[in-house]
Unconditional design. Sequence first.
Length: 216
Amino acid sequence: MQKIITDHFPELAQLSPESQKILEDGIYISTAPAGTMMFSEGSECKGYVMLLEGSVRVQKTSEDGREIVLYRVESGESCIMTTTCLISNDQYGAEGIAETDIKIATIPPRVFDQLLKHSNKFSRFVFEVYAKRMSMLMMLVEEVVFKKLDKRLAQLLLDRKPDRFDVTHQDLATELGSVREVISRQLKVFERQGFLKLGRGAIHILDKDGLRASLE
């Protein structure tokens, strides 16, 4: 098996020689530039995807055009939406967009099914990843349903590493499943409170302690 794959997914190195041969004969590596639509809602799944380099944003769009980021797939991770499609033989229920240049390893559906049926270690690998992602989605549902938008926005801003970063109000709205106008209004409230300074396409956090206190 190609070392680049086991470096990112060491669990696959524990497969039996027979299963490793099946995987090695079927898996293929490809690349895509930033901005590529990896899959869209209603499209067919072309295989089990494992991300080797880069980041993919998975998001859902409502009938009125509002978007919410469900999760991101980073290097060394796979996509639970893809797993769901393969297991249920269904179409995608969301869309995935490459946020950066990416490199992916893809296991075709036929090979995926074969390994899932005949390799306990491969099945465990797939479902452990699936379970972790489901837990993250449940946390997102809880935040959207039970946590106020101002607190969710404050936490999102605090999670950003630098004190000043480039981001649009629409980007933040997409992250939180809201609309730009609501996010802009809340950001101006934070600005009036002295927590941050708004610029053109940028936010400068001035008072992290104050912003953190707003979470209480």
